[in-house]
Design a protein around this ligand. Sequence first.
Ligand code: NG1
Ligand code: ZN
Length: 560
Amino acid sequence: MDLGAITKYSALHAKPSGLILQYGTAGFRTKAEHLDHVMFRMGLLAALRSKQTKSTIGVMVTASHNPEEDNGVKLVDPLGEMLAPSWEEHATCLANAEEQDMQRVLIDISEKEAVNLQQDAFVVVGRDTRPSSEKLSQSVIDGVTVLGGQFHDYGLLTTPQLHYMVYCRNTGGRYGKATLEGYYQKLSKAFVELIKQASCSGDEYRSLKVDCANGIGALKLREMEHYFSQGLSVQLFNDGSKGKLNHLCGADFVKSHQKPPHGMEIKSNERCCSFDGDADRIVYYYYDADGHFHLIDGDKIATLISSFLKELLVEIGESLNIGVVQTAYANGSSTQYLEEVMKVPVYCTKTGVKHLHHKAQEFDIGVYFEANGHGTALFSTAVEMKIKQSEQLEEKKRKAAKMLENIIDLFNQAAGDAISDMLVIEAILALKGLTVQQWDALYTDLPNRQLKVQVADRRVISTTNAERQAVTPPGLQEAINDLVKKYKLSRAFVRPSGTEDVVRVYAEADSQESADHLAHEVSLAVFQLAGGIGERPQPAETTCSINNAFGLGTANKHTV
Ligand code: NG1
Ligand code: ZN
């Protein structure tokens, strides 16, 4: 380690003194102008992690669904997974070290993790379309280089594409080719093969409207669409040619406002979907003939996918197990439907896909989705073995095994991926001959509301039981319990956000009015007991414009 060079270059990426950042749910995220030093240091850390694991490590520059002015960075571990927890701690230490302590922190990490500094390092870098991303990714590269590491800069990529590249490079090409062409071909081939097996094609001609959040998803879907056009035609909206990233559009906007994005014309019964700013989330929606807006979120996506996969497993007559992993934000109706109607075991983990991913690995087929539309399905080697043996099976079973094989290829197994999920969903709808309305009718969502509360220090709230209960501050959980008792089919919980300086409140109940009231009352309890700052939370009806300014939804009964 050339400490002199590190010090010299670090001074060119100086840390604003006093700035403290946390490696949160999805890496570091804040205003782009505060991130230069973090990027340089994450370049250093990625090189160390690469030396330690003797593998390629990924660094993605994006702030996903957050506003265009923000940016962020996250590291991708060798199998395309999120960074290991002990390294998240190193990341936080390194990002927050004052200039004069940098060398010591780097040496500490190398010693604790027994990094052989003579080992080669290789880091791949990707970035989203934010104006700040190019310069920031250059700072990452500076960090990698100063530690003697090699790099490949993929330039503009969706987050899941970067995960895919890392996975391909570390599995000797067995998973796929580590190029965009390789990604497009692998997914499209699987999709086209699958869709060919649809006897009834559902809609006679398959077309889908896609809101790309004015982000990277638009560029990449446009590059990809001709690869799969024989199976699906996509019409792109919010493609970045005029609007602002994530502004009044994208999966996060649609999910949290329970409204369609701006900039998209929707006729009744047209199937539409939205990606988020880095294309790792997807939600579907449509207007019915009466002009009511229907949101199909991650929970209903998980339901569609797991029920199809379960049918395939039954078909090949195998005792392989399947499980669904959700978070506390999953709609109560989805959990009930999965457990009671579909008879699929459901597990709840903390928020953040790394937790869901980890749990899903315990099953032969693990389907995981956050309600916001971030998720995928994972398949064990036992499933792959079964498919290999299917040659000897009878015709019908062989067909199911073939479908399963294509589905495995179609899912980006390295990460939740809006493009890959979209193709899986479109294929399943075609194979099952389902319309978007029939899919939506699987179960009815319980009315729900999500709110944010500003507090002086959100860390005063700690939780247990997969974030469904508050342990501190004292009295808060008791207050929530009392409020929940006042409503039917009700549930509520609070947790500190890992990506924003707010406390999140979630409530659901038998009517929208009740869910709104409950969410508001719980917000007041948080405000009072957890050190609220600024204006007291107002009831939903009177705070429509204020809520919207904060990016919160109020309307559920939107009509065209
Ligand atoms: P936080 O801010 O910790 O709630 C949000 C999402 C997560 C996850 C991360 C990363 C909700 C309620 N929370 O985390 O699910 O997607 O961002 O992007 O949707
Ligand atoms: Zn995202």
